[in-house]
Ligand binder design. Structure first.
Ligand code: ZN
Length: 168
């Protein structure tokens, strides 16, 4: 086995290991010259991800198919830096809305409580509540108020549909 310094396609120099017959070594070197270095490869693979420091066990349980930052494991607190997929803006807004707990549904909805909800969820009420929730969300996040209002409104209308199903 030999360690050889090659210039990779991205322009970085990297030491690669080659072994086997001379022809195999040459083809590995050729391949290395035509592909980006491991760091550039990783950067490309993780460009839609963000670095998240998390417990190693959470990484194993929930992010096992994500890449991790080289040498980022911290023995002292058993954490590792994981390249977790970026949430879309819609997902971020949905989580922010959930975190207000202003639209939490009761664990159990009886036909009676569903009827009450339907009666109180007038279009004016839905509009008012949507704006209140959106105002709350936008206090802490850099989202567009009208966009959030629209998402909340759709959310409430869906809840209303659920209530209608239950009230039947
Ligand atoms: Zn590179």
């Amino acid at each position: 086995m030999a360690k050889i310094l090659v210039k990779r396609s991205c322009g970085h120099e990297e030491i690669i290991e080659v072994f086997g017959k001379e022809s195999e070594r040459q083809s590995k070197i050729k391949w290395a010259e035509n592909t980006p270095c491991s760091e550039c490869y990783k950067a490309e693979e993780t460009k839609d991800c963000k670095e998240v420091k998390m417990l190693y066990k959470d990484y194993k349980n929930e992010y096992a198919n994500c890449k991790t930052k080289t040498n980022s494991y911290d023995k002292s607190d058993k954490t590792i830096i994981v390249y977790a997929p970026n949430e879309t803006k819609e997902e971020k807004i949905a989580v922010a809305i959930e975190n207000t707990h202003m639209l939490d549904m009761p664990a159990e909805i009886t036909p009676e409580s569903a009827k009450n909800a339907i009666a109180s969820l007038t279009p004016e009420c839905i509009k008012k509540v949507s704006e209140q929730v959106a105002a709350n969300v936008c206090q802490n996040h850099d989202f567009d108020f009208f966009e959030v209002t629209g998402i909340v409104k759709a959310h409430i209308e869906k809840m209303l549909e659920t209530c209608k199903e239950i009230a039947k």
